[in-house]
Design a protein around this ligand. Structure first.
Ligand code: 16G
Length: 190
């Protein structure tokens, strides 16, 4: 990485961090034992919006546990981050292990603006990943509960996601149900 880019990677959050603390956590649909929350995600962990400095905290290492993450440069990462921040529709959250200074989990909410449903928004949950070194800490549940409540707070009329058949039971816990519609895709590259 060039020194100039190191200077551009900083702690500026992708979106207003207070949004995560202001959620009505009592209205979540799953229970946690021990009782963790966005403000108290567990010993040595913090839940917060993505910042560009996370590029050097293993953000891509976590994403690569989901799918092809690619060989991305800091410049490409910053360009996408800035685009996402400008639109205001991207809510990428991360869990950082503060002792290791490493990202251990991430998930994204995107709000898509519609003309239908009285110009409402649709929420989409994407890239839910918990690092294999951090399983068993309820972090997947924490991330999905947080983004589902956030989408409601942001007035989305519905929230959707695509997942592997083995994960259907997991998402059912948060009141998601399999749609009658079929997910279709046309792939150009991996
Ligand atoms: C899963 C993810 C989706 C991600 C895709 C990547 C969730 C809920 N779903 O469907 O967000 O974009 O995997 O797979 O995390 P792909 O590389 O085959 O597109």
């Amino acid at each position: 990485m060039s020194p100039a880019c190191g200077m551009l990677l900083d702690e500026t959050p992708l979106f207003e961090p207070a949004l995560l603390q202001e959620l009505d956590w009592s209205s979540k649909t799953v229970s946690f034992s021990p009782p963790i929350s966005p403000s108290q995600p567990g010993e040595g962990l913090v839940l917060r919006p993505l910042c560009t400095a996370d590029f050097n905290r293993g953000f891509y290492k976590v994403l690569s546990q989901l799918t092809t993450a690619g060989d991305v440069t800091p410049e490409q990462f910053i360009k996408n981050f800035e685009h996402m921040k400008k639109t205001g529709d991207y809510y990428v959250i991360v869990v950082e292990d503060t002792n290791l200074g490493q990202i251990v989990a991430t998930a994204t909410l995107i709000t898509e603006h519609k003309f239908i449903h009285s110009c409402a928004k649709r929420g989409r949950v994407e890239e839910v990943v918990v690092s294999d070194v951090c399983r068993g800490k309820q972090l997947g549940k924490l991330l999905v509960s947080t983004l589902t409540l956030l989408s409601k707070k942001l007035d989305c009329y519905k929230i959707t996601l695509e997942c592997a058949p083995k994960n259907v039971a997991f998402y059912t816990k948060f009141s998601y149900s399999a749609s009658d519609e079929t997910y279709m895709q046309c792939r150009f590259f991996d």
